[in-house]
Design a protein around this ligand. Structure first.
Ligand SMILES: [Fe+2]
Length: 120
């Protein structure tokens, strides 16, 4: 989702994506996430996911800081991404603290018993 959101902006600004996906991944501000050694412990996996969400929040917040007052369109896109990543982080924390089951989808993590668009 965020890839599709920001990629057109990169090209609008005259940039381009690397053609080598490994080189592209190596350029990422956040490291690749791997299963923890204790992968059978859900909390270990949630720690990895939480760390990934926090890294993306820091990275997109930096994009906001760089573009504020200079590039309103990129700032708006980055701000939208930060908002979504903060929601992801909150969902990860909720799972970590309460042991709630989560539904993984392409756009977000949500607690399965309290979806955002349905009454609780
Ligand atoms: Fe996320």
């Amino acid at each position: 989702m965020h890839f599709e959101l920001m990629t057109p902006r990169i090209y609008e600004l005259g940039g381009r994506l690397p053609s080598d996906i490994r080189k592209f991944a190596d350029m990422a501000a956040c490291p690749d996430a791997y299963l923890p050694e204790d992968w059978k412990d859900p909390k270990s996996i949630l720690k990895v996911l939480l760390g990934a969400e926090q890294c993306t929040i820091r990275m997109w917040s930096e994009v906001c800081y760089i573009t504020i007052g200079k590039d309103p369109r990129t700032y708006d896109l980055a701000q939208r991404i930060v908002t979504e990543e903060v929601e992801h982080e909150a969902s990860s924390w909720s799972c970590f603290m309460g042991g709630h089951r989560v539904i993984f989808d392409a756009d977000s993590l949500e607690r399965d018993h309290a979806p955002r668009n349905k009454p609780v």
